[in-house]
Design a binder for this molecule. Sequence first.
Ligand SMILES: NC(=O)C1=CN([C@@H]2O[C@H](COP(=O)(O)OP(=O)(O)OC[C@H]3O[C@@H](n4cnc5c(N)ncnc54)[C@H](OP(=O)(O)O)[C@@H]3O)[C@@H](O)[C@H]2O)C=CC1
Ligand SMILES: N[C@@H](CC(=O)OP(=O)(O)O)C(=O)O
Length: 382
Amino acid sequence: MSSHLPNATQPINVGILGATGTVGQRFITLLSAHPWFKIHVLGASPRSAGKRYSEVVKWKQALPIPAGVGDMVVRECRVDDGDVEEGGGKWRGCRVVFSGLDADVAGPIEASFRAADLAVFSNSKNYRRDPHVPLIVPLVNPSHFSIIPQQRALHSPPLQKGFIVTNANCSTTGYVIPLCALEKAFGPIESVLVTTMQAISGAGYPGVSALDIMDNVIPYISGEEEKIEWETLKILGGIAESDAGLKTFDMHAKHPLRVSASCNRVPVIDGHTECVSVRFERRPPPSPQQVREAFAAFTPDCQALGAPSAPRRAIVVHEEADRPQPRLDRYFQDGAGVSVGRVRQCQVLDVKFVVLANNVSIGAATSSIINAEIAVLKGIVG
Ligand SMILES: NC(=O)C1=CN([C@@H]2O[C@H](COP(=O)(O)OP(=O)(O)OC[C@H]3O[C@@H](n4cnc5c(N)ncnc54)[C@H](OP(=O)(O)O)[C@@H]3O)[C@@H](O)[C@H]2O)C=CC1
Ligand SMILES: N[C@@H](CC(=O)OP(=O)(O)O)C(=O)O
């Protein structure tokens, strides 16, 4: 494994598709201080292309635009757009491409970058259901990287280096981390009820109008409940192999898991809060205290692997009766872990708790970056 370990003298060039957006800005903040990755090219819509980044971005991060980034010229999201170097465009000089593209355009753009044999780490929903594309929450299911050789082989023409890896919907990400900890400690979960209170930044920029969200709660986010319900099964399920040797995602089939999600938009800027109730297959179920201990003890594989952006603590358990809260807890560990609290008995299912996850960090850019780190460490990035 150490042979794949990058060093500071040989940084890995990365590109960012959708660099001007909410997720794109978070990518820039995180990548500008990254020990291995170096921002090489920024892409956005034709409206922004050809202009300096600082001219076109509506920068909403607390930290200023990192030195050197504001003057970069934004490129079109076309593989051959940009300065010609080493026989190709600027994008071809990247070993990793992160995508924070608007889902309306992400499908064909990400496919074209994969076809150009580039490693694409996407935040968009477009390929999450693809049977050969892994949907990876890095603190939960990095073992799903094992499908990449099949994805490359089945591409026409077969690829040497290119692939697409997606990360999950931000609400899915936040709550599958504690669910994974519970399954690891106590075996399969049978049913889950989850009610979300999702931040405004989840809708991108400019997102929800102030007149709609101020002094209000909107009890509907298009497509969100369906995504949470099926993404959970792909992420927490394993990988099966057919008689013909084809790998497939088993969607938690051996232990059917029922999920019901109710999603709400609330007037919070960053940080999705979720109220979760679970029923275990095992009888008797674990006590709330055992659940607390399992959360605190949860150690994801990416920590042992040495991914530099993995949080020190994947799950922080709060004992205070009124935590977690978005304003107090969303920046803990730079938003890379999740905060859990109010672990208690559920009179209908078994146990209930509240989870808070930073939707733009572990819910989006941080997950993509840890996924790319894992892929580098596993030798999957060519
Ligand atoms: N915000 C969040 O919390 C999360 C978002 N996601 C997903 O991540 C993706 C990005 O979300 P978010 O950052 O919020 O979205 P934004 O709307 O804030 O940003 C969208 C980006 O896409 C670019 N873009 C738009 N049209 C085109 C085009 N025709 N060609 C090339 N680029 C284009 C925009 O560039 P320009 O500025 O030039 O218009 C901008 O950089 C989405 O798919 C979203 O669903 C996933 C998890 C969480
Ligand atoms: N829909 C989510 C964010 C998002 O963009 O999700 P997805 O990547 O699954 O479309 C929210 O509004 O908070």
